[in-house]
Design a protein around this ligand. Structure first.
Ligand code: HDD
Length: 746
């Protein structure tokens, strides 16, 4: 095996992989992009499987058991019994000499590493990135030059506040961290699913994080922002207002990772081969559009399936429904940095897409689950400071602080300066040709007499790379300034973009924001309710009034409007999720309610239509096993009602079959199922006698003369038209116009 290593490493360092069946023609047209063939992957030289170079490079470290393997200690000694410790006599004490016992227990005792201080709970996947057209005019970054080149990526999604064992579906920002294994080294884009941040200067980060995490005296509440400390903090730090609007919006309760946008947040620089710099903001646009859960669903899911998001990603990848985003860039010419009326270095501000359009430049596909959670997802180390030639930092004071914090964190979390040697963190190009040495858990065996720069004994090797050889040089920014501890006055507007966000929301989204603030503030002390209401008054009077009404409070006089130039735009439609894509049911889950006597033919027909469109359908019944049917083939049950509640699904179908429907009508769990799906605005379809079920539980009128509520579909039989209508409805995601009419308990 060790002999294979050099050959393997040589192979994986060949990182320019040309997609031989790539039919991308350089156009930027969405239809053309969708028809792009997946890049051909290269076979691993160890087991012949087809994989990406990063995944292949990890093969050396993978351990599998094969037939005939015998149990050994970590020193390679075969073990005859690891189920009984060595005792002095049958009923006597355990002996210190029992090295098999001690090794097993000691390893167990040391299994944990410190969880991340923030973003502790995460899930990740491997994949690849591919640029659509060369970006040589704006950056010399090698991985952005050639559309036929694929760059392996590893992406970790996370919640921020919760502990590693908390739930996926909490109200929180989601981390969206991407490691690009480029042939010039690793580039880490450590972003979130929201385009801005809470604070402007990194020095406030410990205060912010302390305030949002569980309170220190009793460690409550877990993974929730609804508590005194956070509202004490944010009501004194008005720069948080914009981000608090996002946190109370539907962006904080995503349907899945694959329906989230991602943002690099900070303004970065792109540098081209001529040394010209432009500012850039990075965006990830999800292929499936931006969709969210509803708050009641989130809270229930946290108990019924705390792994909801990670499970959905895992199962989608296993099913071949790969997760996909397009990379977008907002480019700002150096001379235009002060053009938009706010400071592009202020991370509490976004650049509205209506002012600077997002140019779509490439796509990322996540198509492989990790083999081992700890080795990959837990040990992956993202560093904001990981950039490659062609990309550079800006003076955003939040970013500047992050450049220090991430390396510092990994040193503690992963136990020393050699964490870059962990399999998941290793670049796929040469990366150890330097004179750094030693440290805890060093794996590289550096050969030779010299370990210093600049030596003559070893002919000065390794030599510094010139820019022409790809050596990194920082952008030569002209600086002439006083050293100050303070903030630029261009950072002092804390409200206009919070108002822009509010103005850009649809009525439904606004009502969700009002509900979220009302929910959170109902849980904090009166003083913080009052202070937050004052802050909201500076965002929008109606917002503040509606929250105040829900809290039973009176608003005081409206604080003076901020002075300063009026914003260039007051509404940004691109911020509203209502304007997102609704054209796919890939990875969507449909529950088919069934019981003995149900119409098996209708189930088979609808299931096939859902699967053909990329979704999945499961038969959920009061009991497991095979159901008797009124027509078609007997039906295998996928799960029982109580273990597969409606909150796990995107839509519900009730087939016909008089006996089956009668059984469902008499089953409280089935009735609750449909009512709950209804109040979560999900599409519900019923055919033949299934329609009676809907009238029996009060969702449609018994006479069936009234128009159906939005998102409910009925038919006498499962026709092609019915199937198509239902598939389109699932793609619509939710029917929020039920919102104000829903009086259904569930
Ligand atoms: Fe951070 C982790 C994103 C500000 C300090 N951060 C972390 C992760 C993400 C972000 C996605 C998890 C990475 C992973 O999956 O391993 N953080 C952000 C974004 C920010 C931000 C988008 C603002 C734009 N962070 C920020 C500041 C500081 C930190 C201002 C400190 C000055 N962040 C950390 C950290 C973490 C971290 C403590 C915890 C675990 C880790 O780094 O690896 O260093």
């Amino acid at each position: 095996m060790t002999r294979l290593l050099p050959a393997l490493l040589a192979l994986v360092c060949i990182t320019t992989i040309h997609a031989q069946h790539n039919n991308f023609d350089g156009s930027n047209n969405i239809a053309d992009r969708n028809s792009q063939a997946p890049p051909q992957c290269i076979p691993s030289n160890l087991d012949g499987t087809c994989d990406n170079p990063k995944v292949s490079s990890m093969e050396f470290y993978r351990a599998r058991t094969t037939d005939g393997d015998l149990l050994t200690t970590n020193q390679g000694v075969k073990i005859a019994d690891n189920q009984n410790s060595l005792h002095a006599g049958e009923r006597g004490p355990t002996l210190l000499e029992d090295f098999i016992f001690r090794e097993k227990i000691t390893h167990f005792d040391h299994e944990r590493i410190p969880e991340r201080a923030v973003h502790a709970r995460g899930a990740a996947a491997h994949g690849y990135f591919q640029v659509y057209q060369s970006l040589a005019n704006i950056t010399k970054a090698n991985f952005l030059q050639d559309p036929s080149k694929i760059t392996p990526v590893f992406v970790r999604f996370s919640t921020v506040g919760g502990a590693r064992g908390s739930a996926d579906t909490v109200r929180d920002v989601r981390g969206f961290a991407t490691k690009f294994y480029t042939e010039e080294g690793n580039f880490d884009l450590v972003g979130n699913n929201m385009p801005i941040f809470f604070i402007q200067d990194a020095i406030k980060f410990p205060d912010f994080v302390h305030s949002v995490k569980p309170e220190p005296h009793n460690e409550m509440p877990q993974a929730s922002s609804a508590h005194d400390n956070l509202y004490d903090f944010v009501t004194q730090q008005t720069e948080t207002t914009h981000m608090m609007m996002w946190l109370m919006s539907d962006r904080a309760i995503p349907r899945s990772y694959s329906t989230m946008e991602g943002f690099g947040i900070h303004t970065f620089r792109l540098i081209n081969a001529q040394g010209r710099s432009r500012f850039v903001k990075f965006h990830w646009k999800p292929k499936l559009g931006v969709h969210s859960l509803v708050w009641d669903e989130n809270q229930k899911l946290a108990g019924k399936n705390s792994d909801f998001h990670r499970q959905q990603m895992w199962e989608s990848i296993e099913a071949g429904n790969y997760l996909e985003w397009e990379l977008g860039l907002q480019i700002v010419e150096e001379g235009d940095e002060l053009k938009y009326g706010f400071d592009i270095l202020d991370p509490t501000k976004l650049i509205p897409e209506e002012l600077v359009p997002v140019q779509i430049v490439g796509r990322m596909v996540l198509n492989r689950n990790p083999d081992n959670y700890f080795a990959e997802t837990e040990q992956v180390a993202f560093l904001v400071s990981n950039i490659v030639p062609g990309i550079d930092f800006s003076n955003d004071p939040l970013m500047q602080g992050r450049l220090f914090s991430y390396l510092d964190t990994q040193l503690l979390r992963l136990g020393g300066p050699n964490f870059h040697e962990l399999p998941i963190n290793r670049p796929i190009c040469p990366f150890k040709t330097n004179n750094q040495r030693d440290g805890i858990h060093r794996q590289t065996v550096n050969v030779g007499k010299t370990n210093y720069d600049i030596n003559t004994i070893n002919k000065g090797l390794p030599r510094q790379a010139t820019p022409a050889q790809g050596g990194f040089t920082s952008y030569t920014e002209h600086i002439s300034a006083n050293k100050i501890r303070g903030r630029s006055s261009s950072f002092s507007d804390h409200f206009s973009q919070a108002t822009l966000f509010w103005n850009s929301m649809s009525p439904v989204e606004k009502s969700h924001i009002v509900s979220a603030f009302s929910f959170e503030l109902s849980k904090v002390a009166l003083i913080f309710r009052q202070r937050m209401l004052q802050q909201l008054q500076r965002v929008d009077g109606t917002l503040a009034q509606q929250v105040a009404d829900n809290l039973g409070l009176q608003l005081g006089p409206r604080p003076a409007a901020p002075t300063g130039p009026p914003p260039q735009i007051t509404v940004s439609p691109s911020l509203s999720q209502m304007n997102t894509k609704k054209d796919s049911i890939v990875s969507r889950q449909v529950a088919i309610l069934a019981a003995d006597g149900i119409d098996g033919q209708a189930i088979a027909d609808l299931k096939a239509a859902i699967q053909a469109a990329g979704g999945s359908a499961k038969v959920i019944a009061p009991r497991m096993g095979t159901l008797r049917v009124s027509a078609g083939q007997p039906v295998e049950v996928d799960g029982i009602l109580v273990a597969n509640p409606s909150i796990l699904f995107d839509a519900v179908f009730i087939p016909g079959g008089a006996d089956g429907v009668k059984r469902l009508q008499e089953n409280g769990d089935a009735v609750h199922y449909a009512l709950e799906a209804y109040i979560h605005f999900k599409p519900i379809a019923a055919a033949a006698e299934g329609v009676q079920f809907l009238s029996h539980i009060g969702l449609i009128s018994k006479s069936r003369t009234a128009a159906l509520p939005e998102g409910l579909f009925t038919a006498d039989t499962v026709t092609d038209e019915f199937k198509q209508t239902f598939v389109q409805a699932v793609a619509q995601h939710r029917f929020f116009n039920r919102e104000r009419t829903a009086k259904i308990p569930a």
